[in-house]
Ligand binder design. Structure first.
Ligand code: ADP
Ligand code: ZN
Ligand code: MG
Length: 482
């Protein structure tokens, strides 16, 4: 039997706000445990929540980035359950009136795993169901004989993005998470680093016979700590479900845990143990009217990576591949635009950045924001190559020196006396000298062995200490020997 996988994601994203969702504590998880808490986020009896407007606006902004409808009016609800890291015994969330409904996102080609990019067929749109806003819970740390809870994360603003079951492969799920992360970074909504827990993802996956319309039994996977981990977990789980069905087993709806080290999923709880959250409207908070400020938020929508890529290709005439690499890192794209503004040939600047600069930064483990070479000096280097002041071979050496010292290309060219000789008189003199000194090769060329010119070009380059403009040398020799 030929099966197809169906995947839907529930992605939690921590918002980049100054303070927490319902209190004035600083939203800074990861420092000294329990240093950012107050009676509200510790869930003391009788305290009153006061909503963080910035978090509500950032959620609406995320909805705008993802093509959602923004509800003119929404509200908060209580989701009741007990867990040690949540001492109020309920979480303030949104149930039936979330801030954002519907929406869609196109998967970017460059956001698929590198090894899967050659297999992409067409452009995939993934529909979203909703985005709602809630508060994060504390984080438990299990020690040998006890468990500790850090409440600095409790009450942090957390947005949940729910997709429709529109994805079909682990690679598409990978691409969804990578594209989503990029879009959220462009919107400055979150740093969305899965390894830091700023973006967390539950994956729902089922399989069904290819062509079947009805959805199969849904299995939810938890504990995915990286985008590549989500891909691995899905690949494992899809195969496990196929084999179970092949053995004639019946799948049951359940939640399974992914163990990244062992590379397997194992059952956590089945549907019979599902929670009843007894949602009801949060009585301590008024409904939210988004209309008074929605236009202000609309003005914060930036040019998104996909649009930026198209613009780069049109405005700067750079290749699809280069444009894709550049926009996949917002800082890199900004760097390129600064260089392109001064470069006579932006495509040369793009090549230099995508190939040479990225290679050196990678080797030195430096982010683009700490590049020793300034964008304007990338432009300057392309300028001296374009004008013929130095050869492209010399440019490699100048680039290496720029990366090492941070000096600008003109300073390095002057220091090393590198500038290319493009003075016709000087080059002609070199050529005459070499022709006079090599009568045998000259006879050879004149009797039809055109390739032998290369040997003379080499001699001229040597004579000029590598500084003669090779194109001009070629031209002179051909003219003189034809
Ligand atoms: P629940 O009510 O159990 O939370 P939802 O209908 O809200 O389920 O869906 C939760 C997530 O699971 C969504 O991302 C949705 O796309 C996905 N999903 C729902 N049914 C399936 C299925 N049969 N196979 C795969 N994913 C599914
Ligand atoms: Zn607090
Ligand atoms: Mg649900």
């Amino acid at each position: 039997m030929n099966y197809e996988a169906v995947i839907g994601l529930e992605v939690h994203v921590q918002l980049k706000t100054r303070t927490k969702m319902f209190c004035g504590c600083v939203n800074a998880y990861g420092g000294e445990p329990n240093s950012q808490t107050c009676p509200v986020c510790l869930g003391m009896p009788g305290v009153m929540p006061s909503p963080n407007e910035q978090a509500i606006r950032l959620t609406a902004l995320s909805g705008l980035l993802l093509g959602c409808d923004i509800a003119p009016r929404c509200k908060f609800d209580r989701k009741n359950y007990f867990y040690a890291d949540m001492p109020k015994n309920y979480q303030i969330s949104q149930y039936d009136l979330p801030i954002c409904l519907n929406g869609q996102m196109e998967l970017m080609k460059e956001c698929y795993p590198k090894d899967a990019q050659k297999d992409i067929q067409g452009v995939k749109q993934v529909k979203l169901t909703r985005i709602h806003l809630e508060e994060d819970v504390g984080k438990s740390f299990h020690f040998e004989n006890c468990t500790g809870v850090d409440f600095d994360r409790a009450g942090a603003p957390l947005m949940e993005i729910v997709t429709q079951p529109d994805l079909n492969t682990p690679e598409e799920a990978f691409a969804f998470l990578s594209t989503l992360r990029l879009v959220l970074l462009y919107g400055k909504v979150s740093d969305a680093d899965m390894e830091k827990g700023q973006m967390r993802c539950d994956v729902n996956v089922s399989i069904r016979p290819a062509g079947e319309k009805k959805l199969g039994t849904k299995i939810e996977l938890k504990n995915l700590n990286s985008i590549s981990g989500a891909r691995r977990a899905l690949a494992y789980e899809i195969e496990r479900q196929k084999q179970a069905l092949a053995r004639g087993e019946k799948l049951v709806q359940e939640t399974r845990r992914w163990d990244d080290d062992a590379g397997v999923t194992s059952s956590m709880r089945s549907k019979e143990m599902a929670h009843d959250y007894r949602y009801f409207p949060e009585p301590d908070l008024l409904p939210i009217d988004t209309t008074p400020w929605l236009d202000e938020v609309k003005r914060l929508v930036p040019e998104l990576p996909m649009a930026r890529k198209q613009r780069f290709m049109q405005q700067y005439q750079i290749a699809d591949y280069n444009a894709g690499v550049l926009v996949a890192d917002m800082d890199l794209a900004d760097y390129f635009e600064k260089a392109a503004a001064h470069a006579p040939n932006p495509n040369a600047a793009a090549n230099l950045i995508v190939n040479d600069l990225m290679r050196e930064l990678g080797a030195a483990s430096l982010p683009i924001t700490q590049s020793p070479i300034l964008p304007k000096d990338i432009a300057a280097l392309t300028t001296v190559v374009e004008s013929g002041k130095i050869s492209s071979k010399q440019a490699k050496d100048v680039f290496a020196e720029m990366f090492k010292t941070g000096k600008n290309p003109d300073a390095i060219i002057a220091e090393k006396g590198l500038s290319q000789v493009s003075d016709a008189g000087a080059i002609e003199k070199f050529c005459d000298e070499v022709i006079a000194a090599n009568p045998k090769i000259v006879t050879d060329i004149r009797s039809g062995n055109a390739k032998a010119v290369g040997a003379l070009v080499g001699q001229v380059m040597k004579l000029s200490k590598g500084k003669a403009n090779p194109a001009m040398v070629n031209e002179f020799l051909k003219k003189k020997l034809s």
